[in-house]
Design a protein around this ligand. Structure first.
Ligand SMILES: [Zn+2]
Length: 405
């Protein structure tokens, strides 16, 4: 047992509020934390960089030891699930802490191996996806609010592609339970502005689609995933908002000046879907300022736009954005260097198979599904099974096409 009272006397005690983030995936840091009181969530970025909750840690548990011991970047995002008090251990007090609590060293070693095992188990749950035979029956109007009866109005402007409309969809009141307000500092212009944060501690995963879309009970994170600085118009996904290169900052500021007065960036409460669409298209604007295009980043935005268009029932724009996502993911998959794991590549192959199907390229889809099956070590059997199911369904569909000829 750790003597928590004794540990607390070693100094470096800090309190974190509910949903406050200790650090983000990829951050540098040299501290580890022991939870003296409270509970935290461990989040990893799934294959396309979006956070998924892996596990929880409670009083007496610790985290961040890999960064302290091996100087590695943070391998997960950690945030408080309730008010949490931690002891912060760094290089200067580590030996002192170990001397006072010798069994802590052993626990750290055991903790590392246990956590890896647990992570693998919980990841396989997240990757199960929609059960075979279970159709996506979610009724977007019931889930996300009410679409007014008036027909969508075409929207023109410097931001939206042709065919984009105004959709009159408003966030349902259930969303508020999962949100809280906070000020953040823009990494580009360094001015402060308020953002709506998600209470990740409260989110309940309902199901995962074949295209990796996660559905949650009573809440749609897509509506709040993008932050826009109202001062310089820098836009990006919230979990990588601070990760912006210095070289890009002046370009974003210059570009923002050209858009000032042309876009209305005020988010309403409750939020309107039109504002949500704008936030994603503004993120594309940010990405376009980079001279070296990163197709993987564009792909993430297009895929999410396709989900939003699916929710508002705009088939034409759904097709358009699905194609954009498909092209960008393929470009990222074949033409850019990725430091992804075998499993991440399996998932990307599954996604590419799904997107191929949606754009009508069945032969292509078959290739991606086959490549998603990896029997050697590192391959995930849940994903193998999912790929096999997709192949069976596709074979049946191809056979039906034959008969139809
Ligand atoms: Zn700014």
């Amino acid at each position: 047992m750790l003597d928590i009272a004794a540990l607390a006397r070693l100094g470096g005690v800090k309190k974190y509020g509910e949903d406050e983030v200790f650090f983000n995936f990829g951050d540098n840091g040299k501290e580890m934390y022991i939870i003296l009181k409270g509970r935290v969530g461990v989040f990893i970025n799934s294959f396309d960089g979006f956070p998924a909750k892996l596990s929880e840690l409670k009083t007496g548990d610790f985290f961040g030891e890999m960064s302290l011991l091996e100087n590695l970047p943070r391998s997960a995002t950690i945030s408080a699930l309730e008010e949490t008090v931690v002891l912060i251990i760094n290089e200067s007090n580590f030996e002192h802490v170990i001397a006072q609590q010798p069994n802590l060293a052993m626990r750290i070693m055991k903790g590392i191996s246990n956590r890896l095992r647990q992570a693998n188990e919980e990841l396989s749950f997240l990757k199960k996806g929609t059960k075979p035979g279970e159709e996506d029956s979610s009724d977007s109007t019931g889930e996300a609010g009410a679409i007014s009866s008036s027909a969508p109005v075409a929207v023109k402007g410097p931001i939206f592609p042709p065919g984009h409309k105004s959709y009159n969809l408003i966030a349902p009141s259930t969303h508020e339970t999962y949100l809280f307000d906070k000020d953040t500092e823009c990494p580009v212009c360094e001015k402060k502005f308020p953002v709506r944060m998600m209470r990740s501690s409260k989110l309940r995963l309902d199901k995962v689609d074949n295209d990796m879309r996660q559905h949650f009970e009573e809440f749609e994170p897509l509506w709040y995933a993008v932050w826009i600085c109202p001062h310089c118009l820098y836009s990006n996904f919230n979990f990588e908002f601070k990760q912006i290169s210095d070289a890009l900052k002046p370009k974003i500021i210059e570009h923002g000046k050209t858009l000032q007065g042309k876009v209305n960036l005020n988010f309403s409460i409750p939020r309107k879907i039109d504002e949500v669409f704008l936030s994603y298209y503004m993120t594309l604007q940010t990405l376009q300022q980079n001279g070296k295009p990163e197709p993987g980043k564009f792909a993430k935005v297009w895929l999410r736009l396709s989900w939003l268009y699916s929710d508002v029932g705009d088939e034409e724009m759904y097709d358009f954005t699905t194609r954009e996502a498909y092209t960008a993911f393929k470009d990222s998959f074949f033409n850019t260097r990725r430091d992804s794991s075998v499993e991440q590549d399996q998932r990307l192959n599954l996604l590419l198979g799904e997107l191929s199907l949606r754009v009508g390229e069945k032969e292509e889809a078959m290739k991606f599904y086959r490549d998603a099956i990896v029997r050697k070590s590192g391959g995930n059997n849940v994903l193998n099974k999912q790929a096999e199911d997709c192949i069976s369904a596709l074979k049946a569909s191809l056979a039906a096409d034959q008969e139809g000829v």
